[in-house]
Design a protein around this ligand. Structure first.
Ligand code: MOS
Length: 706
C-alpha cells in the first residue's frame, strides 16, 4: 500500500466545512433554545466604577439577567505561580476596578441576541477616572527585567564580551526598530455555548488547547473538573488568541449555571481587539559588529516591550538571534514596561515575528554596509554548533534553504545597487531574510480502537483549528496500522478523550501524530498476539515533555527557512506593492504537503501584513485601540498577494521524534516581514525602521531622479 504520510491529500473534513455541517462552538443547535449574552465593556482605560445602574437593561424586552461585579458569583483567583498562563483561572466581573479599555463591566443575557445587545446599551456606568499610562514610547525608561520570557526561555543571554568586541569592530550597525501592537483575528470570533445539566456543565468552547481550557474553567468556577466537559470538534482559526480561554467563556458558564439554561456568547470583532490578545509593541536595538570580511565579532539584540501590570507577558523576541549566526561575543535581553492596556498574549510566531523583523533587517543593513550579498553574509556566519549553547544541531538546513530559494527566485537578478531598477512607474527591489523557529515537544496522549469491522477510531482531545489535524492524524494512523485511509476515523476535540498537546507553538502536528503513531504501533503489537474481540481492541500512545527527552537537551532542534520578496514602489507616491514572494523551508518530514504549504503561505502573508499594513493605534487619552475593526486595522486581501509560493525540502529529523516531523505552523511567519522590508530598501534606498513601512514614511526620502 502506498505511504499516506506526506501525500498532499485534501482535508477529510473539507466537505463538512464547505456544506456548513461542521459545527463550531456557537453553532450547536441540539441543546435546546439557548439564551444569548452580550458583554458590556468599560469606556475608560483606568479607574473605578462608582455607580452602575442596570434597571433600564433589566426592564428591557427579553432580558433574563444582568450580571455585574455586584452579583457575579465568587470565582477562583488568577494564580500567577501556575507556569502556563493558559491554565490559570480567568475571573470576570470581580470588582469595580478598571484595568484597561473595554474590560467587561456587565453581561446582559436575553432571549435573543438583538435583545441582549439592545439592553446592553442601557446599562449606565459612572466611573471615577484615573490617569493611566498608555504611551509606550513615553514609558521606555521604566522598563524592568522579567524573571523569564514566554515558553520559560531565559530573559538574557551573554557570551564573551559584547561591549568590548562591538566597540572595536571594523564595521558596525547600531539601529533601533519599532513594531506596533498587532492582533490575532481569526474568522470565527471568540465564542462559547455553556449548557448546564444539574451540577454538570458542557462547554462548547472555541479553544486551541482543551486540557488547559478545562483546568482554567474549573478553577475559575471552583468546581470539580470532572463535572465539566469541553466539546470542540472544529475551531475557526486561533493564531494564539485561543491558546487560553477568555471572558466570553467564563461569562457564559457563570450565566448558564445561574439561570440553569444554555447560554451562548460571541464577541464582536471590536471586542476581540480589547478582550483577547495583543502582540506587545516593541522597541528593539540591534547591534552588529563585523570585520571587513563580513565575519560577525559581536551580536546584540535588546528588546523592550509593553506588558499589562495585571498579567505579565514577555514575547521571546530576542531569542531567534541566539541561534541564527555565529559570533564569539553576544548579548540578548528582554525588558518590559507596564502600560494600562489590554493584556499581551501569544500572537502567531510570538517573539520570532517581531524579533526577526528587526534582526534580519539589521543583517541586511550590515550586508549593505559591507557591500556584500545578504545571502553570502549569512553563509559566512553559519555556525557549526549552536552559537550560545555549544550543542550540535539535529538537522540544520538554513544554507540549503537560502541556496535553493536563491536559485528558484532568480536572486542573481537582484539589483546590486538600491533604487537602480525601474519598471514603468515602479521602482523594483528584491529582499530576503532567514527563518528559524524552535521545535517543542509536550506531553501528549492518544488512543486507537479497532473494531471487528476493521475500522480504526483514533481519539485525542487535540483540536483542528483549520490546520488539517483530522487529515494528518488519519494519514499517520493509516500508515502505522497498514490500512487504507478510509478505514480510519479521527475523533478530536473532547475533554473526555486522552489529553493531547493541543494546537499551539507549532507543536500540535508532530506531537499529536507521534502519540497517535505510538498508539497504532501498540495496537499492532496486540493484534499480532490476539484476535479482535466483539467490543474491539484498544491501545494508547504517549509522548513525554521535551524536558524528559535527552535529544532535546543534547541537540538544538529547530526548523529553518529562507524568504524572498520582490516589491514595487511607486516612484511618485511611494505606494508599495508586493510583486511576488517565495519561501523555502526545512521542517523534517512533512506530514501533508498541501496542508503544510497552506500553513506556510498563510504565515508568509502575515509577514507581508506586518511589514506593510498592520498597526494597532492607541488613543492616548483612553488606552483604546482606535482602529479596532478589519476596515481600519489593515490586513492583506487577495489582491495584495499576487504571487506566493512555499517550497518544502524533503527531510527527516530523527532527533525530534520517530516520525522525523517538526512543527511548521509558525515558521512561515518568521522573517517574512524582514524579507519584504529589505526589498523595499533595495527598491528605494530608503530604510524605514518604524514598522509597518507605509508610503508616508518612504515618500519624503524617495529619490527624485532614477
Ligand atoms: Mo500559536 S501563537 O502558539 O497559536
Amino acid at each position: 500500500m502506498a505511504t499516506m504520510t506526506g501525500q498532499p491529500i485534501n482535508r477529510i473534513d473539507g466537505p463538512l466545512k464547505v456544506s456548513g455541517k461542521a459545527t463550531y462552538a456557537y453553532e450547536h443547535w441540539d441543546v435546546g433554545e439557548p439564551l444569548y449574552g452580550f458583554i458590556v465593556g468599560a469606556t475608560i482605560g483606568k479607574g473605578r466604577i462608582v455607580q452602575i445602574d442596570t434597571t433600564g437593561a433589566e426592564r428591557s424586552p427579553g432580558v433574563r439577567m444582568v450580571m455585574t461585579y455586584r452579583n457575579a458569583p465568587a470565582q477562583g483567583p488568577r494564580d500567577a505561580s501556575i507556569p502556563s498562563q493558559y491554565s490559570r483561572a480567568y475571573p470576570m466581573l470581580s470588582g469595580p476596578d478598571i484595568h484597561h479599555y473595554g474590560e467587561p463591566v456587565a453581561l446582559v443575557v436575553a432571549t435573543t441576541y438583538e435583545q441582549a445587545r439592545a439592553a446592553a446599551s442601557l446599562v449606565e456606568v459612572e466611573y471615577a477616572v484615573l490617569s493611566g499610562h498608555f504611551d509606550f514610547a513615553k514609558r521606555l525608561d521604566k522598563a524592568y527585567a522579567p524573571k523569564a520570557v514566554n515558553a520559560g526561555l531565559a530573559t538574557d543571554s551573554a557570551v564573551g564580551n559584547f561591549d568590548t568586541a562591538f566597540k572595536s569592530a571594523d564595521v558596525k550597525i547600531d539601529q533601533v526598530y519599532t513594531t506596533p501592537y498587532q492582533f490575532s483575528q481569526p474568522m470565527e470570533p471568540h465564542c462559547c455555548l455553556a449548557v448546564p445539566n444539574g451540577d454538570d456543565l458542557t462547554v462548547y468552547v472555541s479553544a486551541q488547547i482543551l486540557a488547559e481550557a478545562h483546568t482554567a474553567i474549573a478553577s475559575t468556577l471552583k468546581i470539580d473538573p470532572l463535572r465539566i466537559r469541553l466539546v470542540t470538534p472544529y475551531v475557526g482559526g486561533g493564531f494564539g488568541s485561543k491558546l487560553g480561554i477568555h471572558g466570553e467563556t467564563i461569562l457564559a458558564a457563570l450565566a448558564a449555571r445561574a439561570l440553569k439554561e444554555p447560554v451562548k456568547i460571541a464577541m464582536t470583532r471590536q471586542q476581540i481587539f480589547h478582550l483577547v490578545s495583543v502582540r506587545p509593541a516593541t522597541s528593539q536595538r540591534v547591534r552588529l559588529g563585523a570585520g571587513r570580511d563580513g565575519r560577525l565579532v559581536a551580536l546584540g539584540h535588546d528588546v523592550t516591550m509593553f506588558t499589562s501590570p495585571i498579567s505579565e507577558y514577555a514575547e521571546q523576541s530576542a531569542t531567534s538571534a541566539r541561534g541564527l549566526y555565529a559570533a564569539p561575543n553576544r548579548l540578548t535581553r528582554h525588558r518590559l514596561t507596564a502600560l494600562d492596556l489590554p493584556r499581551g498574549e501569544d500572537v502567531r510566531a510570538p517573539g520570532e515575528a517581531p524579533g526577526l523583523h528587526a534582526f534580519e533587517s539589521a543583517m541586511d543593513e550590515l550586508a549593505h554596509a559591507l557591500n556584500m550579498d545578504p545571502i553570502e553574509l549569512r553563509i559566512l556566519n553559519e555556525p557549526k554548533v549552536h552559537p550560545e549553547e555549544g550543542i550540535p544541531f539535529s538537522d540544520r538546513r538554513l544554507v540549503e534553504c537560502m541556496r535553493e530559494g536563491a536559485r528558484r527566485f532568480g536572486w542573481e537578478r537582484r539589483p546590486a545597487k538600491p533604487a537602480s531598477v525601474r519598471d514603468g512607474r515602479w521602482l523594483v527591489g528584491y529582499g530576503m531574510a532567514a527563518a528559524i523557529r524552535g521545535q517543542f515537544q509536550m506531553t501528549s496522549k492518544a488512543k486507537v480502537r479497532m473494531g471487528p469491522d476493521g475500522i480504526a477510531v483514533v481519539q485525542s482531545d487535540m483540536t483542528d483549528i483549520g490546520t488539517g489535524t483530522y487529515t494528518i492524524v488519519a494519514q499517520v494512523a493509516a500508515d502505522a496500522l497498514g490500512v487504507p485511509l478510509d478505514r480510519v476515523r479521527v475523533e478530536l476535540g473532547r475533554s473526555d478523550y486522552p489529553a493531547g498537546a493541543g494546537s499551539g507553538g507549532s507543536w500540535g502536528a508532530s506531537n499529536t501524530c507521534t502519540s497517535v503513531h505510538r498508539a497504532c504501533m501498540a495496537l499492532r503489537e496486540k493484534l499480532r498476539i490476539g484476535k479482535i474481540p466483539a467490543e474491539g481492541m484498544e491501545a494508547e500512545g504517549e509522548i513525554a515533555a521535551m524536558s524528559e527527552e535527552p535529544n532535546y537537551k543534547n541537540y538544538s532542534i529547530f526548523t529553518y527557512g529562507a524568504h524572498f520578496a520582490e516589491v514595487g514602489v511607486d516612484v511618485d507616491t511611494a505606494e508599495i506593492r508586493l510583486r511576488r514572494m517565495l519561501g523555502v523551508f526545512a521542517a523534517g518530514r512533512i506530514l501533508n504537503a498541501k496542508t503544510a504549504r497552506s500553513q506556510l503561505i498563510g504565515g508568509m502573508t502575515w509577514g507581508v501584513s506586518s511589514a506593510l499594513l498592520e498597526d494597532g493605534t492607541v488613543d492616548a487619552r483612553t488606552g483604546a485601540f482606535v482602529n479596532r475593526d478589519l476596515a481600519e486595522y489593515l490586513v492583506p486581501v487577495h489582491a495584495d498577494i499576487p504571487e506566493i509560493d512555499a517550497i518544502l525540502l524533503d527531510g527527516f529529523d530523527g532527533k525530534a521524534n520517530e516520525l522525523g516531523a517538526k512543527g511548521l505552523g509558525e515558521l512561515g511567519n518568521c522573517g517574512a516581514n524582514a524579507a519584504v522590508a529589505n526589498a523595499v530598501f533595495n527598491a528605494t534606498g530608503v530604510r524605514v525602521r518604524d514598522f509597518p513601512i507605509t508610503l508616508d514614511k518612504v515618500l519624503p526620502a524617495l529619490p527624485r531622479e532614477v
